[in-house]
Design a protein around this ligand. Structure first.
Ligand code: OGA
Ligand code: MN
Length: 309
């Protein structure tokens, strides 16, 4: 298979043609796609006509899949999609629109905050692959921010200050920003976890920020000081030059690297059905265990050069 990679943004996104996911991909194509993704962490694969099993089979070529939909007690009854497909829709299990006050709808509104998937889990996401089956008449848009480019653009003093910081992440934290409360049981299912603020991206041997609205505060710092730093870093990383805005077409599969990007849904009120589903590939370990740029000399120039010994 010969892939064509056409940039949609100077650093963060590209469109890939020449892949037919329904037919399955061979090992060479998998390797080519991973190489493209290491360069452009958001890949748009348009005009895919795939069912759930085909989406899962494709995603499984890239690593172990997360089990979907266990954040809310209501999700336990939501069998509309697939064990490995997060239901990114406005529908209930019978395919009817969720009521305005439905907790699944309200929790889903948290996707409008800048985040990276599953940073609130001990082993966070590596890749997300979101497929647009049906879109409402007004369409849908998602934005993606490049956290490697954002890291590179920081001043040396900031790089040194944040090099070894660890943030506490929780899904309850990000949802509370919009006033959505998890029950004690739900919170117990996803207790807070720690993740590095700056991490090594093994695919590109570059350093990257690792940020999300799930990040509550910096471990060991006064809460207001850590939280304001995180907000400042998110502001920095989501400046227009680092952001790609994607207008979805049905049949798009958008694949992003959660290790070095953030994304957010854009608000768009419309009554129609939005039926999207996401396969999520788990990373290999917590970011706390992953950070060892010195293990790879190619990482050093961008990794620690500016950090005092
Ligand atoms: C996701 C997500 C945003 C959107 O699927 O992880 O955040 O625009 N989606 O649906
Ligand atoms: Mn998401």
């Amino acid at each position: 298979m010969t892939l064509t990679v056409r940039p949609l943004h100077p650093t963060v996104a590209a469109e890939v043609s020449g892949v037919d996911i329904a037919k399955g991909v061979d090992a060479a194509t998998v390797a080519e796609l991973v190489a493209a993704s290491n360069r452009y962490p958001v890949l748009v694969l348009p005009e895919q006509d795939i069912d759930k099993e085909q989406q899962v089979a494709f995603a499984a070529r890239f690593g172990p899949l997360e089990i979907a939909g266990r954040n809310l007690k209501e999700d336990n009854f939501r069998s509309r999609t697939h064990k490995h497909l997060a239901d990114i829709s406005n529908l209930d299990q019978e395919g009817r629109p969720l009521a305005r006050t439905d907790r699944r709808r309200l929790a889903g509104l948290g996707d409008r905050l800048w985040h990276t998937d599953s940073s609130f889990k001990p082993v966070p996401a590596k890749y997300s692959m979101l497929y647009a089956d049906t879109l409402p008449p007004a369409g849908h848009a998602t934005e993606f921010a490049d956290l490697r480019a954002a890291y590179d653009a920081l001043g040396d003093a900031t790089k040194a200050r944040i090099a070894d910081l660890v943030a506490e992440h929780s899904i309850a934290r990000s949802r509370s920003i919009i006033g959505f409360e998890y029950s004690a049981d739900e919170q117990a299912f996803h207790p807070p976890v720690r993740q590095r603020v700056v991490r090594f991206h093994p695919g590109s041997h570059r350093m990257t920020l690792y940020l999300a609205s799930h990040a509550s505060h910096i471990v060991g710092w006064p809460i207001p000081e850590g939280r304001s730093l995180l907000l400042d870093l998110i502001d920095h990383a989501t400046q227009p030059q680092f952001v790609y805005h994607h207008e979805w077409r049905s049949g798009d599969l958008v694949w992003w690297d959660d290790r070095c990007t953030m994304h957010r849904a854009r608000p768009r009120e419309s009554d129609g059905v939005r039926d999207m589903r996401r396969a999520t590939i788990a990373d290999v370990a917590s970011t706390l265990e992953q950070f060892d740029p010195t293990a790879d000399p190619r990482a050093l120039p961008n990794a620690r050069a500016s950090v005092p010994a």
